[in-house]
Ligand binder design. Structure first.
Ligand SMILES: [Zn+2]
Length: 605
């Protein structure tokens, strides 16, 4: 069993442990005892020299030293130094990594502390064994919640049942969230406690389906829906016995999670979930001068005609801008709009039917008039539209909506995103460029493990899957400003691991042996751009971020090895260590303990 969650020093384990500490009783005093970091209010002053700096700037791709003053790049290749001087000893400096699709608050909002993630389980028995082990090790006052099971653990046509879970935990409520976040699997106790075993709750949205036994009318234990927070928040809220976390506790937990992003060299994130309530948590960290990444939040999510709420959220976001907070650290001006859902539940919307004959061509989440109204209003409000579009028909639809808002809404600067874009037709490739839309891929999640991949191939067909990776590769090779996201906590927030997949066509274990696509891999520089220059472009921040250029934000990542040197072996890419992460001129993470690996002098200097 390949365990994605245990890779690279147990990135997700560390997050879980830390968040568990917070949930396990560290309270407000711990928050108050935290030192202010001073990362946000005023920029730092620093000199880096003695290595190589890849600037991402075509006009001046390389430098040997950089001076940072008050949070901005103030000098390249100068002879003087300012502030703390860091001797790179041959290390490589690149623009700070940007993770433009992630959900850092998910671990502490939704799941039991230290509960194992279930992505890596390839059979039903493995899932049940993980649940059994956790339940045995925790007190009966805990109602365990798990995350990450994948549909291929069931044969085609078989759905999870409450009885399967009852066999391992019957005495207390327990539920398991699908890795997509949009399907739920509950035991009988959980269904009883939520009072849905016998009948649907009043006001259940159309897109939320509590599957029932046709003979008895009882809930089977399997629930589908198109909006994460809804089932969790409305349907199963009663299952969550833990008291709600206070705002300081949430902020503390978030900071622990973001520390892990810093450890992986990430300097900027974009949460693509539209969980508007977390704005308070991010704002608290920022007010405490302790937000270690530049953050964009999607302020709204438009699941069940919740359009009425957009105005309130946009108003709240506008007040955030006027709140006198340090600029450049927290924006809340994205809108997540759903077109379709994941493939493994046959909910991705396709032009051609699924290969396994189930689910036809999938379906869109909303009717056409609702989709248009959501896009029209969010665009009118000046938000960046982030369409979740997985199937090729959904991508076509997202592009069509973007073309239409540009045509029918008043002119303004627009750069919207298409999230995941797993299946893109040839004819749709140039449309991204024409309307300046940016695809956000999730390369690190491209290959969870072989068993998953085999079942994925059964659902989608081999040909369509190999075309997926080839298309992503081709788009980037052709110069599309495609950016990247980890989709954390679905995968570790680890850009180097994502680049490893892009460049080698294999995961960190070297699978699949033949590579995900037949030939012509991306260069390390092409992969690096998706996390740096293209990331900044996707955010509309390319005039001050994503490059090491005079006057730009001083957000940098220092790598222990020069991954751009000619002698560098690309198969090591995912194993390279981050030596330091610099945000706003402040070192927010550093570990210079691993000796720099140097290579013969580089011809390009
Ligand atoms: Zn996501």
């Amino acid at each position: 069993m390949i365990n994605l969650t245990r890779e690279r020093g147990g990135i997700l384990d560390r997050v879980w442990d830390k968040v568990g500490e917070v949930l396990g009783g560290v309270c407000e005093e711990a928050w108050l005892a935290l030192d202010e970091q001073g990362w946000n209010r005023s920029g730092g002053t620093l000199t880096l020299r003695g290595g190589r700096i890849w600037t991402g700037d075509p006009a001046r791709p390389w430098a040997k030293s950089v001076v940072i003053r008050n949070g901005f790049i103030a000098g390249l290749d100068g002879t003087t130094t300012e502030g703390r001087v860091i001797d790179l000893e041959g290390r490589l400096v690149v623009p700070g990594f940007q993770d433009n699709h992630c959900h850092p608050q998910t671990p502490f909002v939704l799941f039991s502390p230290q509960a194992p993630m279930l992505f890596a389980c390839t059979t039903l028995d493995e899932v049940l064994e993980e649940v059994r082990r956790y339940v045995a090790a925790t007190g009966s006052d805990r109602y365990p919640r798990f995350f990450g099971w994948m549909s291929p653990i069931f044969p085609p046509g078989v759905r999870p049942t409450r009885q399967m879970l009852d066999a391992v935990v019957a005495d207390r409520p327990c539920y398991l969230v699908h890795h997509s976040g949009h399907e739920f699997w509950a035991n009988t106790k959980a269904l009883e406690l939520a009072d849905v075993l016998h009948r649907d709750p009043p006001g259940l949205p159309r897109s939320c389906v509590i599957h029932r036994d046709p003979a008895t009318g009882l809930a089977t234990g399997y629930t589908e829906e198109s909006e994460f927070a809804n089932t969790d928040g409305v349907l199963l809220r009663s299952v969550r016995k833990d008291p709600p976390l206070t705002l300081p506790m949430q902020a503390l937990a978030l900071r622990y999670v973001l520390e892990e992003f810093s450890r992986q060299g990430v300097t900027a994130i974009w949460t693509k979930d539209g969980d508007f309530s977390v704005i308070d948590v991010y704002e608290k960290l920022l007010r405490h001068d302790s937000l270690p990444v530049r953050t964009i939040l999607d302020v709204c999510h438009t699941p069940f005609g919740a359009l009425n709420d957009i105005d309130r959220q946009v108003d709240r976001a506008a007040r955030l801008r006027m709140a006198g907070l340090p600029p450049g650290f927290l924006r809340a001006d994205g809108a997540k709009l759903l077109i379709d859902m994941p493939t493994d539940t046959h909910q991705a919307w396709l032009f051609e039917p699924y290969a396994d004959g189930i689910g036809g061509c999938g379906f869109p989440v909303f009717d056409a008039d609702v989709r248009w109204e959501q896009a029209r209003r969010a665009d009118l409000l000046g938000l960046t539209l982030n369409f979740l579009a997985i199937g090729d028909r959904a991508v076509d639809e997202a592009l069509g909506l973007l073309e239409r808002v540009a045509r029918e809404n008043p002119p303004r600067r627009r750069r919207h995103c298409v999230e995941h874009a797993e299946f893109v037709r040839d004819v749709d490739v140039p449309r991204f460029r024409q309307i300046d839309a940016v695809p956000i891929f999730n390369w690190i999640g491209a290959y969870p493990n072989q068993a998953y991949q085999e079942k994925f191939a059964k659902i989608m067909g081999e040909e369509r899957i190999s075309a997926l990776y080839q298309r992503w590769r081709d788009l980037i090779a052709a110069g599309s400003p495609a950016a990247n996201g980890s989709d954390f906590p679905l995968a570790p927030p680890d850009p180097l691991a994502g680049m490893h997949v892009m460049v080698t066509g294999k995961n960190l274990e070297g699978e699949p042996s033949g590579g995900l696509w037949p030939h012509k891999h991306l260069s390390i520089e092409q992969a690096l751009r998706t996390y740096t220059t293209h990331g900044a472009y996707a955010r509309g921040e390319e005039l001050h971020s994503g490059r090491v250029r005079l006057g730009y934000d001083a957000d940098l990542t220092v790598l222990a090895e020069d991954i751009l040197a000619d002698g560098f072996d690309a198969n090591r890419l995912g194993h390279v260590k981050v030596s330091a992460t610099i945000v706003n001129g402040h070192v927010v993470y550093e570990d210079f303990s691993s000796k720099p690996k140097t290579f013969p002098p580089h011809p390009r200097g």
